[in-house]
Design a protein around this ligand. Sequence first.
Ligand SMILES: C[S@@+](CC[C@H](N)C(=O)[O-])C[C@H]1O[C@@H](n2cnc3c(N)ncnc32)[C@H](O)[C@@H]1O
Length: 279
Amino acid sequence: MSATDIDMARSLMSDSVDKTKMYVSLDQSKAYSEFRPRYSEELFKTIADYCRETMPDLGLAVDVGCGPGMSTLGFCKYFKKVIGIDVSETQIACAPKDVANCEFKVGYSHQLPFIKSKSVDLFCSGESFNLMPHKETFDEADRVLKPGGTLALFGYTFKATKPEIQTFFDQLLAKFVTYYPKETALILNKLRDITLPYSDYVRREDLKSVKRITPEDYIGFVKSLWAFVAYSKDHPEVDVAGEMQKELEDLVAGVNEAGDRTFEVVWELFILMGRKPKN
Ligand SMILES: C[S@@+](CC[C@H](N)C(=O)[O-])C[C@H]1O[C@@H](n2cnc3c(N)ncnc32)[C@H](O)[C@@H]1O
């Protein structure tokens, strides 16, 4: 998205959304668990490798704003213990309970009394830092990180390969835009507005996941968006998801070979990684 388009979207977004209450609906959290993209193995490995450069023995990873765990679980094969933390009880209720070295807790990113100071090798946040109090969350990260430990923020934007489908995505953003908090624009801009508190941090924007999805997959994804939930509440007379699905199905049928109901989506990943100084 161009800088101008992001500025335009930001100017229309709301400054009165309670960002800690955007994920309280169970239907939304279920859609989140089922339809939000899984991060690639490459993303988890990239962050674990960076962390390992200073902390060869990967002990504890803490993922704040973890949602139902898609940003958390991929770290379990690299770290001895992983803790996912989210302010939403429903998101945590939808996280898996059966992973031996992983646990999930309800809590704020900037208030982690159950994590000891200087005990954490990786403090991270996936697709969620924009919603958190920045300074307070960085301060809490600095308290719990071991010297040399890694602070990583990551997330994704997405686009369709076919221009007709991208136009549908753009129209959907325009329809919902006033329901988003202004901080959503930070994600649209891949957190380029954010500076990590540690010097010499790195920014990666070269990782991508390319997938073919169906209209059901995409509408399931839309149902996990706060703006869809808020818009639907304000328009109870309309079957918002049903109408969007029909429109998208017709569009896909019009641009594809007969019988192919899938279309290509590119999830563009971004990562910021920095280290707490050793002394
Ligand atoms: C878009 S979801 C990201 C979930 C997951 N990390 C992912 O990558 O898909 C944002 C999450 O941040 C959580 N959140 C918002 N503000 C928070 C805060 N101050 N502390 C902890 N979690 C927060 C929300 O409840 C929501 O589950």
